[in-house]
Design a protein around this ligand. Structure first.
Ligand SMILES: C[S@@+](CC[C@H](N)C(=O)[O-])C[C@H]1O[C@@H](n2cnc3c(N)ncnc32)[C@H](O)[C@@H]1O
Length: 191
């Protein structure tokens, strides 16, 4: 069983664990594949401290919601809201068990999921939920580590998804675009 729950993630965030920062190469790929938001809705799943949701909202112009199951991560994200202008909407909830109707929008032009897919216990079920939320013509952007790209001695070696998990991710989309970033792979998936 892969831990994808609040009980696993909340103490990590509150004890200071942080994940790889967004870098220019990654945000350039994001802009290239998603395009400008022009006020359309975006959803960042597993938004953590909110860096990607803020980027979508303030730099790319999406009206963004970030959802995360860890209350301490959501609090960290909300603490970085700016005083003037709009901010992303933050929701604390589990994307696999929560009520999708509780999200601010019924459908999203962009759904992002950075360093989260690997942790989804039931990946087909998770992907079904994403498909329910993705607007026609929308884009599902996934950033995930790929297995086999680290040295055997690297303690983070187990973080990559397997070839079978990658196949589950990419099956059933009409457009699949892939870009590699060292140990990561970015997927732009369209229905
Ligand atoms: C490795 S962190 C990545 C955080 C952020 N996306 C980033 O790139 O820094 C994984 C995040 O996914 C969240 N998460 C895991 N399972 C989740 C679920 N079922 N629903 C919502 N959030 C979840 C965790 O709380 C955690 O913040």
């Amino acid at each position: 069983m892969i831990p994808s729950s609040r009980a696993y993630w909340d103490p990590l965030w509150s004890n200071g664990r942080r994940y790889r920062q967004l870098a220019t190469a990654e945000t350039a790929l994001l802009a290239e594949h998603l395009g400008p938001g022009n006020g359309r809705p975006a959803l960042d799943i597993g938004s953590g401290d909110g860096a990607l949701a803020r980027h979508l909202h303030h730099q790319l112009g999406y009206r963004t919601t970030g959802i995360d199951c860890a209350p301490s991560a959501v609090a960290l994200a909300a603490a970085q809201d700016i005083a003037s202008g709009t901010n992303p909407t933050w929701r604390c909830g589990d994307i696999t068990s929560g009520n999708l109707d509780a999200l601010p929008d019924p459908a999203y032009a962009a759904i992002t999921c950075r360093l989260v897919y690997r942790w989804m216990d039931d990946k087909p079920f998770f992907l079904d939920r994403v498909r329910q939320l993705l607007a026609p013509g929308g884009c599902f952007w996934v950033v995930t580590e790929i297995a086999g790209r680290r040295e055997n001695t690297d303690r983070l070696k187990g973080l990559g998804i397997t070839a079978a998990e990658a196949e589950t991710l990419t099956a059933g989309w009409s457009v699949v675009r892939i870009a590699d970033l060292d140990v990561f792979r970015c997927y732009a998936l369209r229905p």
